[in-house]
Design a protein around this ligand. Structure first.
Ligand code: MRU
Length: 345
């Protein structure tokens, strides 16, 4: 950690999993303590923890809690008793593939665990968390190396320390680029309706002394037309084998606007975000959340009574609009099925 990297949202303690509660930031710094897999599943579902890699890491620790509870209940039947916990974690959110990737990895580990699985599973969850941080630091270097002349960038949602083990994906590239003097300023979309940009990205960058200016989501094309940003840098929740990218709703529109204005578009994600099992973005399940997230703000109704809402919280950007995907295993320019497949080797 250094002065531009101070936030760590996920901590394992002897009692269980401690999460920085992202629902109440920036007004309050509060923690949620999870003692069971059901607690972790609820924290993911209700967005106390969010962001694809962070969801995966939290779920991995959720498996440790499930095993601990199952083993305490009946050491002879823990493999059977753990299953409802795993099912609750898998049902918590549908789009970020890191959740299912982490659960599959924990399942592999529990298949080979001895009579007492808790220590082995805890080692695996810690490894997932440590590897994510290492991947982010690596992607920060890879991405910053692509930036060229110093200039401002635009980002969407929150892809930083809060969304990962630490440092961040797109925000990691922004951290590295800022430290290297290649990024002079960060514009952040407020990211309606949940305001990940206004509440979380702005908070995180201010904690870490990186200058940030918020814009309404709809202001992004004007910002580009005026030549005020050279890159759009975003994260991903799931990348299909052909390079299509699911990310926070609004990303697709940003990619189209970027292409129309000659602004480069970079996606930054660890390879745990690539779903090799699906061919195109059309197969990615898109989460819809409650209408109320759109119709109300902080418990206060803002929309006209009687109005309905449509609230898909992710969209899919076709690969053809993406200039580069940055992963910890390397950089893929003009991503396509063939070029992306090199990351699998
Ligand atoms: O609904 P959220 O806040 O979990 O959505 C998060 C995003 O869309 C992020 O951009 C994505 O997970 C990448 S985070 C490193």
């Amino acid at each position: 950690m250094n002065q531009h990297d101070t936030v760590r949202p996920i901590q394992w303690t002897p009692q269980g999993l401690r999460l920085l509660d992202q629902r109440v930031l920036p007004g309050e710094v509060r923690y949620v303590d999870c003692r069971s897999a059901a607690d972790v599943a609820a924290a993911i579902r209700d967005m106390a923890v969010r962001g694809a890699p962070a969801i995966g890491i939290a779920a991995a620790y959720g498996v440790v809690l499930a095993a601990r509870q199952a083993y305490a209940e009946d050491p002879a039947r823990w493999r059977e008793l753990i299953e409802p916990g795993l099912a609750a974690l898998a049902a918590s959110r549908p789009t970020a593939v890191n959740l299912f990737w982490a659960l599959a990895r924990m399942r592999d580990r529990l298949a080979t665990a001895g009579a007492d699985p808790v220590a082995a599973l805890l080692d695996e969850a810690r490894a997932i968390q440590e590897e994510d941080l290492a991947a982010n630091l690596c992607m920060g270097e890879h991405g910053a190396a692509l930036l060229g002349e110093p200039g401002a960038v635009l980002t969407h949602c929150n892809t930083g320390s809060l969304a990962t083990a630490g440092y961040g994906t797109a925000l990691g590239v922004i951290r590295s680029g800022y430290e290297a003097g290649k990024i002079t300023h960060v514009y952040a979309d407020e990211t309606r309706p949940w305001l990940q940009g206004a509440r979380l990205t702005a908070w995180e960058l201010i904690q870490d002394a990186i200058p940030v200016t918020l814009i309404a989501d709809a202001a992004a094309p004007l910002l580009m037309r005026r030549g005020q940003v050279r890159w759009v840098i975003v994260g991903a929740d799931r990348i299909a084998a052909n390079g299509d990218v699911a990310n926070k709703i609004g990303t697709y529109g940003l990619a189209i606007a970027a292409r129309a204005h000659g602004v480069k578009f970079m996606v930054v994600a660890p390879t745990s975000t690539i779903d090799w099992a699906i061919e195109t973005g059309d197969e990615i399940p898109i989460e819809s959340r409650l209408d109320d997230e759109l119709l109300s703000m902080q418990g206060q109704r803002i929309a006209a009574e009687g109005a309905a809402a449509w609230n898909p919280v992710f969209d899919v950007t076709p690969a053809e609009y993406i200039d580069v995907i940055v992963t910890e295993k390397g950089v893929v320019q003009r991503p396509r099925r063939e070029t992306l497949a090199r990351l699998r080797e």
